[in-house]
Design a binder for this molecule. Structure first.
Ligand SMILES: Nc1nc2c(ncn2[C@@H]2O[C@H](COP(=O)(O)OP(=O)(O)OP(=O)(O)O)[C@@H](O)[C@H]2O)c(=O)[nH]1
Ligand SMILES: [Mg+2]
Length: 355
């Protein structure tokens, strides 16, 4: 199964309508003068972020988005109709690149945020416009201009604030399924999860927080082994990581270290991201063995090591507390940082929501 979080699309603004050559013809007015109207403006292609889309899957089937052309001017000075704008919905978190220059031209993060990606062409002037003292009967009009065209690459970086990571089979999908309404596939073999699953977990404030169950990482993930690099890219934008370790695995400590190593090797600050570490599957292991693993592992963790059973839903409340604390702190810090850092202007104008 291919993971769709990138898509290539071609967008084209509508062509402006042609200007018209026409003359007034009225009874008893022998030389009526030019009366050809201007062509209408072509429609624009506008990308709009919506919260009810989670993937770029739709773009696998439709790649070409062309807005409507303006119609040509009419006689009696009638301006042609403008072409309708074409609004293309994308998931929140879609980053837009120009394929020709590889330049980032926009980043749609908030619901209803829009980006005019291809302007429509202007309508051509009708012959009335060319009336002058020297030319009382202009016989020409201008054609409409073509709309802008771009080949774009859309990239979706999931906007989950909390990422659940760990080796395959650690119980990540099980955890998200008990914390949220998400119902991902769960199975006792590695790489069950091939695409990140999102789930909304209720925050004590009453708000919902998006968690992402990231497909299992393995050694070498940072260099592209397994589904690796793809998914590390997705957790770049999370504020907090929940690192799950299978307590029933032959060597939980080594499992922990493999993931830490991958985060470090990938860079982008992932290794410094606040991490809540938990040993999972406590129901399936004798208490004394569990204690031994805990003592083994705790000195290597920077924070408290939690013990949970996702299946038996034990220890989950305690696990959520440090997640909310770390998240609230990270949100505060990022709000402060955003208020001082000036964001580079995108190439094309980001506009307010479309009416
Ligand atoms: N006994 C026990 N088994 C669990 C627990 N959590 C998960 N499992 C089992 O562990 C297996 C793997 O669980 P998943 O949730 O699919 O694991 P995952 O980390 O999402 O795995 P990948 O998607 O392959 O990376 C399944 O058979 C689960 O039923 C737990 O708390 N206790
Ligand atoms: Mg899974």
């Amino acid at each position: 199964m291919r993971f769709i979080d990138q898509a290539e699309v071609y967008v084209k603004g509508g062509k402006g309508g042609d200007g018209m050559v026409a003359f007034r013809r009225e009874k008893y007015v022998p030389t009526g003068g030019p009366a050809g109207g201007n062509g209408g403006k072509g429609g624009a292609v506008i990308l709009r972020a919506v919260h009810n889309l989670q993937t770029l899957l739709d773009f696998r089937y439709v790649h070409i988005f062309a807005a409507e052309d303006g119609t040509r001017g009419g006689p009696k000075n009638l301006t042609g109709a403008s072409g309708d704008d074409l609004i293309v919905d994308v998931p929140c978190g879609t980053v837009i690149y120009d394929m020709d220059t590889d330049e980032c031209i926009g980043d749609l993060t908030e619901p209803n945020q829009t980006l005019v990606i291809a302007q429509g062409g202007k309508g051509g002037l009708g012959n009335k416009h060319f009336l002058s003292n020297r030319n009382r009967a202009p016989e020409h009009a201008l054609p409409g201009l073509p709309g802008e065209e771009h080949s774009l690459r859309l990239e979706l970086k999931l906007l989950a604030e909390v990422g659940i990571i760990g080796l395959p089979n650690a119980g990540k999908s099980t955890l998200i399924s008990v914390l949220s309404a998400a119902r991902p596939k769960i199975a006792d073999y590695p790489f069950t999860t091939l695409v990140p699953n999102l789930g909304v977990v209720p925050h004590p404030s009453g708000d919902g927080v998006v968690f992402a169950d990231i497909p299992g990482l393995i050694e070498g993930a940072h260099a592209g082994t397994g589904l690796g690099h793809e998914f590390l890219r997705h957790i770049e934008r999370t504020h907090v990581l929940v690192h799950l370790i299978d307590a029933t695995a032959p060597d939980p400590l080594q499992n922990y270290q493999v993931i830490q190593q991958e985060l470090l090797a990938y860079g982008h600050g992932l290794a410094e991201r606040p991490q809540v570490v938990a040993l999972n599957k406590s129901d399936a292991i004798a208490p004394e063995d569990l204690e031994k693993i805990r003592l083994d592992l705790q000195p290597h963790c920077n924070s408290h090591l939690f013990t949970i059973s996702a299946v038996a839903q034990q220890g989950l409340e305690a696990l959520l507390q440090p997640i909310w604390m770390a998240l609230d702190l990270a949100r505060k810090q990022s709000a402060e940082a955003n208020s001082v850092v000036s964001v580079p202007q995108p190439l094309l104008s980001l506009s307010s929501p479309v009416e």
